[in-house]
Design a protein around this ligand. Sequence first.
Ligand code: HEC
Length: 132
Amino acid sequence: MLRPIARSLLLAVAGVAALAACHPGAVRRPPLVTKANVALGDSLFNTGACQRCHGKGGVGAANAPALDGKKWLQLKAGSYDEIVTIITEGVAQTAIKDTSHRFAMRARGGPMNLTDPQVQAVAAYVWTLTHK
Ligand code: HEC
């Protein structure tokens, strides 16, 4: 026989599964995409190094692609975790796909030297650019 706690846990899991099944196409908002993180990320992105290469609002510029998800050069699906990874690690010169982009993307925004929480905030902002 199941203990009551185990039973309610099972019910909760079944509930979440049922909810997910009702919305097959919906992309769940990642937990770190909070209002506060998006606001902080917006300010870091649009005043820091990111916008110098990617343009204000991530619309793209001479040295880096638009972050609108129409055609990812580095990311596969544009998931939150992928965005965190690329901001943390950067893009080496030899890994650049479109050679009109002349400069490597440095890890953690280069001179911005983003902390993990700041990387998460910038990633939250970038994620919202493709998930309105
Ligand atoms: C020195 C210029 C430069 C700076 C500064 C820079 N990037 Fe990049 N970024 C690039 C280049 C170059 C690529 C790879 C483009 C390619 O492969 O042709 C890239 C790729 C990306 C991608 C993946 C895009 C795709 O199409 O897959 C993301 C997301 C991204 N950058 C976010 C950021 C964020 C956030 C910041 C600030 C913390 C930042 N970048 C700062 C140059 C830059």
